[in-house]
Design a protein around this ligand. Sequence first.
Ligand code: NAP
Length: 382
Amino acid sequence: MLSSSTASSLRLHQPTRPHRRRPPSPPASHQFRSPASRRHLPSVRARRGGGGTIRAIDAAQPFDYESRAAGLLEERQRLKIAIVGFGNFGQFLARTFARQGHTLLAHSRSDYSAAAASLGASYFQDPHDLCECHPDVVLLATSILSAEAVLRTLPLHRLRRNTLFVDVLSVKEFPKNLLLTSLPEDFDVICTHPMFGPESARDGWDGLPFVFDRVRVGDSPARRARADVFLNIFEREGCRMVEMPCADHDAHAAETQFLTHTVGRMLATLDLQPTPIDTKGYETLLRLVDNTCSDSFDLYNGLFMYNKNSTELLNRLESAMDSVKKRLFDGLHEVLRKQLFEGKASPPTNKNAGDVRRKPLLLEGNAASSPPTPNNTAVHLK
Ligand code: NAP
């Protein structure tokens, strides 16, 4: 416990400052703290009212200290993020990054300066200018197909020596290998896949899965903290954070995402339309077509080309269709066989008799001459 004389001498040494003074401007380059040291900062708040020690000093001092600490804490949660590939998905992510107060830079093949300005982002047509701004994070949001070529256009030597690279490509092993082989060893790498998009996350990200793999994060508190601050963007929005190796992601994603997109694309070729008697199931199919076909074909093509599990999934899908058809036609065959051999009809002699799909046509005459029974109703199904 401080004596009153100690307290007054401390007070004498405190410069007079207005309450709630703004914290000083941050240094040009952010100094990230580890989560542990960040956790330490709010403890300033805990000491304010409860500890006898601090309460003995002028009330203005700890109050001011708290506001300064809170300001610094907030500043350390902000990143300078350069989005490379500012198309559909890059802009979708930028809206949330901007709302959370991060500084945004953007670069793309096309000129998106107006879209960037509307989001408060600085747009750079030239990647040299972008890299010279020394972003904390470079976020690769180009198409899967163009990722390698785009990465090669970035002048990496203009970036800070240990910049964090993050990709959001919908496949994961490919960018992991690409980034590990293309970037200097001092760069950190996190591979991510937000499992949602502008359509499916129209109403927010809450509860939606965010897959990530800390592929390479340097072993220093500042670099670990920077990675945490980036991941925290998604956590704060309520995403379900799923840490998973890239290879596991691709195995699961072929079963889920590629399948979903393939079925959506197949249904789209049928040009399905709403009817006055739509069931819930049919409405779900119409929504699936909308959700999948609003993404570019490049994206879908990338899911196929750059996920080694996709070919097998396509083959399984094809044989699944065959086996469903077979079950239906086998049943039909059974009905016809009974009709042929147990009813009045004679066995077919036509050379096409082996093709079960043609049997109802061949047997129409017989069906007309015999009364319908449970066994021969199939012949009336046209
Ligand atoms: P996309 O068609 O996969 O990618 C469009 C982006 O790629 C645009 O920024 C475009 O630049 C750039 N690009 C395409 N070809 C290029 C080329 N030859 N050279 C340079 N840049 C090229 O559509 P997206 O929906 O915006 O997806 C972007 C990334 O996010 C993809 O890797 C995708 O897998 C991933 N992702 C998308 C979603 C989603 O729901 N859409 C969800 C999760 C992850 P310009 O526009 O400047 O031409």
